[in-house]
Write a protein that binds this ligand. Structure first.
Ligand SMILES: Nc1ncnc2c1ncn2[C@@H]1O[C@H](COP(=O)(O)OP(=O)(O)OP(=O)(O)O)[C@@H](O)[C@H]1O
Ligand SMILES: [Mg+2]
Length: 360
């Protein structure tokens, strides 16, 4: 039987997969269900994703299955029992459709044994890991989970050795001291908020400053991505927004965007400092290491320089954005799936890597 290896990054915002046949896919992690019987007539399927969802958003109940970290990192034993009951929660149903649909799009050989490595947040509970594994197992034969930033590091060239990887996503910011081997518990850390939190805070701040405007979290996200900056970078943010009275006004959002992004950057720095203090290895010294920023949040203007300044690293340790941050997690997970010998696969699936390291 042939083997198809797949690296999977089930992101809060984007689901990304890379397969050994060279196929790569990225789709928004959201699934739309027709709002009512009339809306149901618009579609051939009982759920929609991608372009169809974007086009008909108003006619759909849209579920972002990984939003709020409930599935990916914070599932408790009690939640797990509830979530795996006979009637699966809508989040699980949506996540199942999402995973199956993207895997189907990869055009893997029919009849091939599908072997997947899936990234999960650094602090994912064992029950979150089990949920993610069981979701993917519905469409694949062998599934292993690894910490998201470790997958990122594995996909980079060997220069990533002895570096700190910070994967700044929509739901979490995940830290990993990367040295080639599977990380131990003290090498991993998660900040349980990410870009979604920034969007929520930015929306609130805009509404406080301009009480008459209408702005959604999604618009706040666009504004953050276009105008967000920290440290010595500034970009003036003059944005036209609709008001409750039906007009459009020009709003100067420079200060609110900046202060919201700055607070997030500060959280990233505080958690980095705490992560560095947790690392027990005598071989680790920040001066001999690099800090690599991954995930969509790494695109925040000025962030790398801000971290260098706050940790007083200028001239010693470089803080760098990695290349191709959208696919880095899936690519690294694919490389792991491909390169691990069968015996390691067995070891990896019998207990998840994170579970094993926590127990050690
Ligand atoms: N230029 C930018 N400035 C600030 N944030 C940005 C920028 N570009 C993208 N982002 C943010 O990056 C986040 C998406 O990153 P990514 O795709 O890595 O998340 P994810 O993998 O889906 O989430 P997670 O790993 O937390 O589950 C969003 O919050 C998005 O708004
Ligand atoms: Mg991610």
């Amino acid at each position: 039987m042939s083997i198809a290896n797949v690296g999977i990054d089930l992101g809060t915002m984007y689901t990304v997969m890379a397969a050994s046949n060279g196929c790569r896919k990225c789709i928004a992690s959201e699934v739309g269900f027709p709002r009512d019987a009339a809306a149901g007539l618009l579609f051939d399927e009982k759920y929609v994703m991608g372009d169809d969802l974007r086009k008909h958003r108003k006619a759909l109940n849209v579920i972002r299955p990984f939003k709020g970290n409930r599935l990916k990192s914070a599932v408790t034993e009690q939640d797990y029992r509830k979530l795996t009951d006979d009637q699966p929660a809508s989040q699980i149903t949506a996540a199942t459709y999402l995973v199956k649909s993207v895997l189907d799009d990869l055009e893997l050989d029919s009849g091939a044994q599908i072997r997947c490595v899936v990234g999960v947040p650094s602090s994912a509970t064992i029950y979150s890991q089990k949920i993610i594994m069981s979701l993917v197992e519905k469409a694949a034969q062998l599934v292993a989970v690894v910490p998201e930033p470790f997958a990122v590091g594995f996909g980079l060239d060997s220069n990533a050795n002895n570096s700190i990887i910070i994967d700044i996503g929509a739901g979490t910011v995940d830290y990993c001291y990367f040295y080639g081997a599977f990380p131990a518990a003290e090498d991993l850390k998660s900040l349980l908020v990410g870009g979604d939190h920034v969007d929520k805070q930015l929306r609130k701040a805009i509404c406080r400053k301009f009480p008459d405007v209408k702005v959604s979290e999604q618009q706040a996200q666009f504004i953050k991505e276009k105008f967000g900056s920290v440290g010595s970078y500034t970009s003036p943010a003059a944005v036209e927004l609709p008001t409750k009275s039906g007009r459009v006004i020009s709003c100067d959002l420079t200060d609110v965007v900046r202060s919201t992004c700055q607070k997030f950057a500060e959280m990233i720095v505080e958690n980095l400092t705490s992560h560095l203090s947790m690392i027990e290895s005598e071989d680790f010294a920040i001066e001999n290491s690099e800090i690599l920023l991954a995930g969509g949040g790494s695109q925040l203007a000025g962030l790398a320089e801000y971290i260098e300044d706050r940790l007083d690293l200028r001239g010693q340790t470089e803080v760098k954005k990695i290349h191709d941050s959208r696919f880095a997690g899936a690519n690294g997970a694919l490389q792991l799936a491909r390169q691990l010998p069968d015996s390691y696969w067995e070891q990896l699936i019998s207990t998840t890597t994170i579970e094993k390291n926590k127990a050690a």
